[in-house]
Design a protein around this ligand. Structure first.
Ligand SMILES: NC(=O)c1ccc[n+]([C@@H]2O[C@H](COP(=O)([O-])OP(=O)(O)OC[C@H]3O[C@@H](n4cnc5c(N)ncnc54)[C@H](O)[C@@H]3O)[C@@H](O)[C@H]2O)c1
Length: 277
């Protein structure tokens, strides 16, 4: 079967394409025949059709990038850029991981074709997101970048214990929240929840939490994943062949979530973060 995933000639946008999972996603999409626009604060080394610099912490930078890439319709957005929390500020982490990512996605939707998809990278750190919906819903109900920033400033205690974990709670909530509005336009949104992955971000997680704690997030597969092992599920989720999959969370965690849910694995940090509900 030629063009099995249906990407040939499609115009796709990949954030975070300069490194890790975003870089792997951009490379795979290019190999599958898509025309790739890369958005990142750093210039990618992977070959893409177009690179536009963006700072997802800055609404003006996002608006300028959107204006420069919406000369043609967009068939897919892959939202891969992210910060790990410390050594970056918790506030910047919330901005890049959710506030800026949402502003970009909302700005691109009017330019997205029927049958297109938004595919977002969340994290297995979002475990327990369902218990946080009383506050994540408030953030999701804000309209636009500035209103989200105001909510973050007014509700700091809700999220500043970990901008990383909280941003991922919000992303998992966001896909189910937004899909009912996108579905009538023929646009899907889904996310993946990766487990520990060997990318440039990993040392920051290990420095902050300790390697033992990160190792506790490994599933029965017994190892960290490689960037490509996250990029492929993300690319599959965004494919038009997945037309009945919307508002979904795909756990790409080597079986960790299933084992945790069935009591066959324990990770103390996941129980600790659950206490913030
Ligand atoms: N590595 C892991 O173990 C792991 C696990 C679960 C989820 N994730 C998530 O996967 C996604 C990709 O991370 P990765 O592991 O590939 O990390 P990475 O550090 O290799 O890539 C992150 C990318 O985001 C870009 N970026 C950072 N700040 C930006 C900004 N202000 N504006 C625009 N771009 C910016 C970086 O330049 C970089 O290219 C992130 O959302 C991360 O939270 C990572």
């Amino acid at each position: 079967m030629d063009d099995a995933l249906g990407y040939k000639g499609k115009r796709v946008v990949v954030t975070g394409a300069a490194s890790g999972m975003g870089e792997a996603t951009a490379a795979i999409l290019g190999d599958l025949g898509a025309r790739v626009t890369a958005l990142d604060i750093k210039e990618p080394t992977v070959s893409v059709d177009r690179f536009v610099q963006i700072d997802l912490r800055d609404q003006g930078s996002i608006d300028a990038a959107v204006a420069s890439i919406t000369d043609t319709a967009i068939d897919g957005l892959f939202s891969c850029a992210g910060l790990p929390g410390p050594p970056f500020s918790e506030f910047d982490t919330m901005l890049v991981n959710f506030v800026g990512a949402r502003h970009l996605a909302e700005s691109l939707v009017p330019h997205m074709s029927t049958g297109s998809a938004i595919s977002v990278i969340s994290s297995s750190a979002a475990i327990g997101w369902e218990k946080q919906t009383s506050t994540t819903k408030q953030l999701l109900e804000t309209t636009g970048f500035d209103a989200a920033v105001e909510w973050l400033q007014a509700n700091e205690a809700t999220w500043n214990w970990s901008g990383y974990a909280y941003s991922k709670y919000v992303i998992d909530a966001w896909v189910g929240w937004w899909y009912p509005e996108l579905a009538p336009k023929g646009i899907r949104i889904n996310c993946i929840n990766p487990g520990p992955t060997e990318t440039a971000m990993m040392p920051a997680f290990q420095d902050l939490m300790g390697k033992d704690v990160i190792d506790d997030a490994m599933g029965p597969v017994g190892r960290y994943s490689r960037a490509e092992e996250q990029a492929w599920p993300l690319v599959c989720l965004g494919s038009p062949r997945m037309s009945y999959v919307g508002g979904s969370i795909l756990w790409t965690d080597g079986g960790w979530y299933g084992a945790m849910t069935m009591g066959r694995h324990q990770a103390d940090w996941a129980e600790e973060t659950a206490k913030h509900a």
